[in-house]
Design a protein around this ligand. Structure first.
Ligand SMILES: NC(=O)c1ccc[n+]([C@@H]2O[C@H](COP(=O)([O-])OP(=O)(O)OC[C@H]3O[C@@H](n4cnc5c(N)ncnc54)[C@H](OP(=O)(O)O)[C@@H]3O)[C@@H](O)[C@H]2O)c1
Length: 310
């Protein structure tokens, strides 16, 4: 099969096209004919070799933890899916080697859900990792009705979904983005603010000088995380998906996205009901994975980037 793989870590150019064997399929796995592969910042970190100390890496390494496609074959113990089903999933495994930047990928039945019918399978690939992360971060921050929640990097892959999910939970949402994204944030139901050193003052102007927000989702790290401790009423409701060590030092919570087939089904239902809108800014052909990484690494994607495999 055709796949994008790296044989050494480094700049985007290490992502090149290879002809590799069809993946093996264990009893409880399905083989997916990949239509779309989501491109996420973690893929760029894997490409640079930064996750070698956390998860075993094997070379040649096909990146990609986010997929949508059609089931080609099922293992003998699989009960939820059969050949021909349209599925999507966040397919991180306990090693990094055989990811979704390929014509086929094998994935555990338990991490997949039926893909939303209102999205084509290229765009559907943009939802699983980002959507689960947004939902699990909001849950960790215990966001509910009438809370005021501040979301940093609200126009990005995780952020644009987190805004909408927080609104569905009944929260008032304030999101940070550069000004060119402010109209976009408003359209999603958030009140936009610029990020940077003036953020704490601008937030006070918006919600009142003596008021703090009930919860913060840090999707950036660095300055955004440092500012957040002074902006949230309880450190325990400060959630970072970027800097686990620092957020724990500050008394907050680190969320690292977990598998969640039921949550994925729910996100798909929201999409099909029109209550959750997925933004895909760029679709690149599989062969242009390196260019997709370059664009993502500029750090200003609105919504998501996907690779079109079929
Ligand atoms: N722990 C986990 O499980 C998990 C899961 C998913 C992602 N992550 C991590 O979370 C981070 C965000 O992921 P993502 O997919 O949402 O990234 P992304 O889509 O690449 O984020 C791009 C967005 O970031 C905004 N941005 C850039 N600099 C900013 C700043 N200083 N303050 C506020 N916003 C800023 C940009 O807005 P403007 O263009 O308006 O500047 C852009 O819309 C990444 O570091 C990723 O690795 C962690």
């Amino acid at each position: 099969m055709r796949a994008i793989a790296l044989t050494e870590y480094g700049e985007p150019d290490v992502l090149t096209t290879h002809s590799l064997p069809e993946p093996l399929v264990c009893y409880d796995q399905v083989l997916i004919d990949v239509h779309g592969a989501g491109v996420n910042p973690v893929d760029t970190k894997i490409r640079q070799g930064f996750l070698q100390q956390l998860i075993p890496n094997n070379i040649p390494l096909i990146p990609g933890w986010e997929v949508a496609g059609i089931v080609a074959k099922v293992g003998t113990a699989v009960t939820q899916f059969r050949a021909g089903d349209k599925v999507y999933g966040y397919i991180r495994k306990d090693h990094i080697q055989d990811g979704a930047y390929a014509e086929q990928v094998a994935a555990d039945e338990l991490v997949l859900a039926h893909a939303p019918s209102s999205l084509d399978l290229v765009h559907a690939a943009a939802l699983p990792l980002a959507g689960l992360t947004a939902l699990q971060a909001l849950q960790a921050a215990q966001v509910s009705q009438d809370d005021v929640v501040l979301i940093h990097a609200a126009a990005g892959g995780v952020g644009h979904l987190a805004i909408q999910l927080a609104r569905i939970l009944g929260a008032r949402v304030i999101g940070t983005a550069s000004e060119r994204n402010h109209e976009y944030l408003r359209a999603l139901g958030a009140e936009p603010l610029r990020y940077g050193p003036e953020l704490p003052n601008e937030l006070k102007t918006l919600i009142g000088p003596a008021t703090k927000v009930d919860a913060v989702l840090d999707l950036v790290g660095g300055e955004a995380l440092e500012q957040s401790l002074g902006l949230v009423s309880t450190p325990g409701r400060l959630v970072s998906i970027v800097d686990g060590t620092r957020v724990r030092e500050l008394g907050g919570i680190h969320v690292f996205v977990r598998h969640g087939a039921e949550q994925l089904s729910w996100l798909g239902e929201l999409i099909d009901k029109g209550e959750l809108k997925l933004e895909v800014q760029h679709v690149f052909p599989l062969e242009e994975a390196a260019q997709a990484h370059r664009v993502l690494e500029e750090g200003h994607t609105r919504g998501k980037i996907v690779l079109k495999v079929r």
